[in-house]
Ligand binder design. Structure first.
Ligand SMILES: [Ca+2]
Ligand SMILES: [Ca+2]
Ligand SMILES: [Ca+2]
Length: 219
């Protein structure tokens, strides 16, 4: 019997073992000083609790957060803007427009970088100056470049993200993208946040493991 309890503790310890990147949340605000195609008179304005990714010059801008390189990617030539409103998170963004199926996105490092588990993904997509044209955008994710589409009809929001779950196996490469699905061929991406969802099974095992340790000490 004691052997069984010890096994439970060992399994619980394994569940606790830190992956290569142990962070349980990544929050990135795409920031830009670009107020026009040839003007960068704005200021970098980062939302509280978010890491700044300076996308002023677009391209493949990147930022390392807790060991993972978050890097922009795009289907064509991307660009950024900073608007007057409405808040530090959604006033600045990377964008792509002009062509059918134009998309922008962000790589979550490379193969094996995103720890195994279920991640809640929040994507902010908004542009206060052209909000009426953003009547529909596609939000998707990729696992080794294989797409999963999570919505085809996100109309954007000055405050609220589109939210979905992404399951990582801890070995593949993942990314998240926004693709136009509107007559204006316009897409925007303002910020992203990933939050690890606790696994009920792991919590149960941890409870068992803790119990086993207590019993061993008493026994
Ligand atoms: Ca932003
Ligand atoms: Ca910002
Ligand atoms: Ca279109």
């Amino acid at each position: 019997m004691k052997f069984c309890l010890f096994s439970a503790a060992a399994i619980a310890a394994a569940a606790l073992a830190a992956p290569s990147h142990a962070a349980t949340a990544y929050a990135i605000d795409f920031d830009s000083t670009r107020t026009g195609s040839s003007s960068t008179a704005g200021s970098i304005d980062t939302e509280t609790g978010f890491t700044s990714l300076d996308v002023t010059n677009g391209g493949s801008a990147s930022v390392n957060v807790s060991g993972i390189d978050f890097e922009l990617f795009t289907t064509n030539v991307n660009a950024s803007r900073r608007r007057a409103g409405p808040n530090p998170l959604t006033r600045d963004f990377i964008f792509e427009e002009g062509g059918n199926n134009d998309a922008v996105g962000i790589l979550i490092g490379g193969a094996g970088d995103l720890a195994a588990g279920t991640w809640q993904v929040e994507v902010w997509a908004w542009d206060a100056d052209i909000s009426a044209q953003l009547d529909a955008m596609i939000i998707g994710s990729r696992k080794d470049n294989a797409e999963t589409i999570h919505t085809t009809a996100f109309a954007g929001s000055p405050t609220d993200p589109f939210t979905f779950n992404l399951v990582s196996d801890g070995t593949r490469a993942y990314d998240v993208f926004v693709r136009e699905n509107n007559d204006a061929n316009k897409t925007r991406m303002n910020a992203i946040r990933l939050t690890l969802v606790p696994e009920p099974g792991s919590l149960a095992l941890l409870g068992l493991g803790g119990l086993a340790l207590i019993r061993r000490r008493r026994g």
